[in-house]
Write a protein that binds this ligand. Sequence first.
Ligand SMILES: Nc1ncnc2c1ncn2[C@@H]1O[C@H](COP(=O)(O)OP(=O)(O)O)[C@@H](O)[C@H]1O
Ligand SMILES: CC(=O)OP(=O)(O)O
Ligand SMILES: [Mg+2]
Length: 407
Amino acid sequence: MSPTRVLVLNSGSSSVKYQLLDMGDGSRLAVGLVERIGEESGRLKHTPAGGDVREWTGDIPDHESALKAVSAELAKDGLGLDSPELAAIGHRVVHGGRRFTAPTVIDDAVLAEIERLIPVAPLHNPANLTGIRTAQALRPDLPQVAVFDTAFHTTMPESAARYAIDVETADAHRIRRYGFHGTSHAYVSRETAKLLGRAPEEVNVIVLHLGNGASASAVRAGECVDTSMGLTPLEGLVMGTRSGDLDPAVIFHLMRVGGMSADETDTLLNKRSGLVGLCGDNDMREIRRRIDEGDERARLAFDIYIHRLKKYIGAYYAVLGRVDAVAFTAGVGENAAPVREAAVAGLAELGLAVDGDLNAVRGDEPRLISPADARVAVAVVPTDEEMEIATQTYALVMGTKGSGNLT
Ligand SMILES: Nc1ncnc2c1ncn2[C@@H]1O[C@H](COP(=O)(O)OP(=O)(O)O)[C@@H](O)[C@H]1O
Ligand SMILES: CC(=O)OP(=O)(O)O
Ligand SMILES: [Mg+2]
């Protein structure tokens, strides 16, 4: 029998999320997270199916050592990377530019292209590359598949994808809006249709992926028609550490008047802005706790976050013309009821409302939180980027889906 297991690696700037899945029956054999890579003390949390959670803290200087630690943890349960039951390793790759519109088996040319895109995904693509190279070194015989955050957004029309700048300059530097979190937007929009009991082709959905990075998308009949992130994952919503939208002249001002270099400005906007820049915290749990204690800075940070979110809901309502559902997902979207409530507050004229009791319910299943008679469904739809990456990876290596390889 051919192997059916897929290891999924989601390497972020300072973390690696991973899952080992059996695509034969869709079961999860192990899930885990390595955090604080490169910081003073790293942390690994590993949960084998049906077993106890194992946690340790220690020195994890880089992504290579993180992956080796993951491999050692899996081996303790007899699920090591040397297992003949492993069919492939699926990697989340954040920036795929315009060339990658589908999952792709990784070869040297694909690696070179991911590397070429580092300047437009400086927080993400380097970590993704290290993940791939380390996995290749551990299992050179296995197919390694890249699943791109940008792929789902390649259907955006030119009117949404182009910036209004000189066309020749834009084309010379491949400047356009690519969009990110596409695996999540694709999965969540499909799951939302399922929740409504309809086919994806029949529904228009606004997906709000609110994690540490955050983005919104407008999905018409299963296809992305607009999304809030752009050339890089910096545009759009207010995020944990990123500013999202601002007047581009802020950057010239910081450089000319503030004496900052391009790199310093980049770091300011990507790492010291958003919620952390506004109030010192990027975790929504902590911000809510501070608000409950009467903290004004936390309150203002929350209000700015919500104001931007509401603007995007309105914008994508207009883009779609008819909206069947608004779906909240990712860490904040799935867990922070006050964010969901505030984001749609005052939008009853648009048919949008949340029911307080339904909104307070916690759980892992997709669920409606709008009143029964609402014109537009508001839903919490947990994302599952890892399952989606595993599904696409397995389909590709089993030959049931064409590769989006370089053309
Ligand atoms: N119970 C909760 N209540 C409010 N916010 C939460 C909760 N759990 C997680 N979060 C938020 O989710 C964020 C992480 O979301 P996640 O989707 O895991 O992000 P990423 O994939 O970008 O690391 C945290 O920074 C925190 O703000
Ligand atoms: C693209 C992006 O912002 O990803 P993340 O939310 O994992 O940082
Ligand atoms: Mg995420």
